[in-house]
Design a protein around this ligand. Structure first.
Ligand SMILES: NC(=O)c1ccc[n+]([C@@H]2O[C@H](COP(=O)([O-])OP(=O)(O)OC[C@H]3O[C@@H](n4cnc5c(N)ncnc54)[C@H](O)[C@@H]3O)[C@@H](O)[C@H]2O)c1
Ligand SMILES: [Zn+2]
Length: 366
């Protein structure tokens, strides 16, 4: 079965991105891709790990035919999410003959999607591109919404552009080879999505997690569909993050600070889980969220072996400083997305630093 979702963006000219959730590899995707490409020549940029794992299976009917000369293997890692890689890929593509009649297809996790998306945004002033996310994080979050970019010495994602993919190809089969640790990291974003805007998804996650843990296609399909639908709704209202899109940052203010201060030793999903718990604690302390919702959040995080406390060694003051220098910070004010109930958030401005510091202090593991 194939599920289709449309992401309609205003602007001139209006743009529509299509999300295709290919649940069982029923063979419908190649035709969808062909009609999207409209005769363009596709150049495939694969995360090299994913390519090695999947190359033999790509002969099956659920995969489009790929011309071997149009495959580029990309050594995907955060360390390679840099401008030098974008330059190298651009040179490689031009040498292979890519021109205005071509399109790029990124197949890999969030790193590959962000790098190829950024390359597509700037190559010959804009190339059409297609995202083929292969991690849970990329399927439920990074491949949808058009944010692309690379890292700088000074921080993550500091060079970037908004560039919407024409098509997002969610092939659930890819998740079969994803290491459990990567799946766990992606679950933090799923929990975030449910908490910020989908109480039905939340209840689904609270039910015994057997099917999702076994990565049964039906369960993955439900999760991917719910997350993409919500992200598409938010992005349609505010593509360039002028306001409403900030709700997607739930859990990320504290999360990013933890990642940065740990020199990225704390992984993104883990940091987001702690950030969600911090946001919920703040909301409880401000009287905006029922204590019971916080307990449910902690239980759900623990079910997925996601941390709910700040590891020892961090100081609340240092975390606060890291938050104040975050690029998402607006004119020095602490902007916080806070849950008000499961499935609903508010944008809270003007939080006093001491309120935040007190909550962080309470979450610190001895
Ligand atoms: N653009 C956005 O809106 C957005 C949102 C969130 C995160 N991001 C970015 O996404 C990146 C993180 O993405 P990620 O967690 O997918 O990381 P990733 O792309 O590094 O993938 C994680 C690991 O899994 C491997 N892998 C990927 N798919 C696999 C598969 N199917 N089978 C086996 N192994 C597989 C990769 O080779 C890699 O080692 C970060 O750079 C982050 O900044 C972007
Ligand atoms: Zn995130």
């Amino acid at each position: 079965m194939t599920m289709k979702l449309a992401l309609d963006l205003p602007g001139t000219p209006p743009f529509s991105s299509q999300v295709v959730i290919d649940r069982d590899g029923d063979g419908a995707f190649p035709a969808t891709l062909e009609s999207c490409l409209q005769g363009r020549i596709a150049y495939w940029i694969w995360d090299e790990t994913v390519f090695s794992l999947w190359r033999e299976r790509l002969e099956g009917p659920s995969f489009p035919t790929i011309t071997p000369a149009h495959i580029i293997r990309f050594p995907a890692s955060e360390a390679n999410k840099r401008l030098t890689m974008v330059e190298r890929l651009a040179g490689d593509l031009l040498e292979r003959g890519a021109d205005r009649g071509s399109a790029l297809i990124a197949v890999g996790g969030g790193v590959t999607g962000d790098v190829v998306g950024f390359l597509a945004a700037i190559l010959l002033r804009g190339f059409p591109h297609i995202q083929g996310p292969t991690t849970l994080l990329a399927q439920v979050d990074s491949s949808v919404g058009g944010k692309t970019g690379v890292d700088l010495e000074q921080g993550k994602n500091l060079l970037g552009a908004f560039h919407q993919p024409q098509l997002i190809w969610m092939n659930l089969q890819f998740l079969e080879t994803l290491p459990p640790e990567e799946f766990r990291q992606g679950m933090a974003e799923v929990i975030k999505t449910a908490m910020l805007g989908d109480a039905t998804l939340w209840r689904y996650l609270e039910a015994p997690p057997g099917e999702l843990r076994c990565r049964e296609r039906e369960a993955l399909c439900q999760v991917d569909t719910a997350c993409c639908r919500l992200k598409a709704e938010v992005v349609q209202l505010d593509e360039k993050e002028a306001g409403h899109r900030r709700v997607l940052n739930l859990g990320h203010t504290v999360g990013h600070a933890l990642e940065r201060l740990s020199n990225y030793q704390i992984r993104h999903g883990d940091a987001v889980a702690i950030g969600l718990v911090a946001a919920a604690n703040l909301a409880v302390s401000l009287g905006n969220l029922a204590e019971e919702s916080l307990t449910r959040l902690e239980t759900l995080c623990r079910t997925w072996e996601l941390p709910v406390r700040i590891p020892p060694g961090f100081s609340p003051a240092a975390l606060l400083r890291a938050m104040q220098t975050d690029k998402k910070h607006i004119r020095g004010r602490l902007h916080f997305i806070l849950p008000v109930q499961i499935g609903r958030v508010m944008d809270y401005e003007g939080l006093r630093p001491e309120q935040l510091e007190a909550v962080l202090g309470r979450l610190l593991e001895p």
